[in-house]
Design a protein around this ligand. Sequence first.
Ligand SMILES: *Cc1c(COP(=O)(O)O)cnc(C)c1O
Length: 225
Amino acid sequence: MSIASAIHTITQSLPPHVSLVAVSKFNPIEALQEAYDAGQRLFGESQAQEMVPKAQQMPPDVKWHFIGHLQTNKVKYIAPYVACIESVDSLKLLQEINKQALKVDRIIPCLLQFHVAMEETKSGLTKEECEYILSSEEFNNLRNVRIDGVMGMASNTDDERRIRADFAEIARLFAHFKIHYFADAPHFKHISMGMTHDYPIAIKEGATLIRVGSGIFGERMYQNH
Ligand SMILES: *Cc1c(COP(=O)(O)O)cnc(C)c1O
């Protein structure tokens, strides 16, 4: 299937409240251009050094979501244009995003990434760590970040019940933090979950953003990187 037809197939199947983030990591600019020509405007990248040159080459109306583990020393490279940092997993990172956002006179939308999967290697916050951050004075002094919701990944398994349970847990965390910290914040409305192999389940469990890579661009050529 071509990139364009994959995008059309996916977007036509989405309920109106769900948006597709086309995860273009490790793919060449030609592939992104093909997706753009098919109407795709929302792209996800997982490394700053890859997002920066792509953002310079692609048209200015592309919205870039950062979805990978972000080191604090890389924030400055993406702060001028990133549309959303989906992978916030520490107060230290939020403070650095705030600092760099202030320098470029922006308020940067962020999602809080949660760890719910079985694999210990996946990053993300626990509920307790998040409570600690959101109730801290340091967090409440940040003026140049805006928390728009939560992000997470399900366990890497064929067990559909486990995947469903992981997504349900992410949706529960969203509801909890919405009620206790963001009740008056209309922009706290996003649940980013679901990838190529599990996004239909994620949508049933409440996703508003799905992040699909290989289902659009084909399997990635990791050996080139
Ligand atoms: C690579 C990646 C995706 C896309 O995964 P696919 O299985 O290729 O759809 C989604 N989310 C994150 C955080 C990723 O790193």
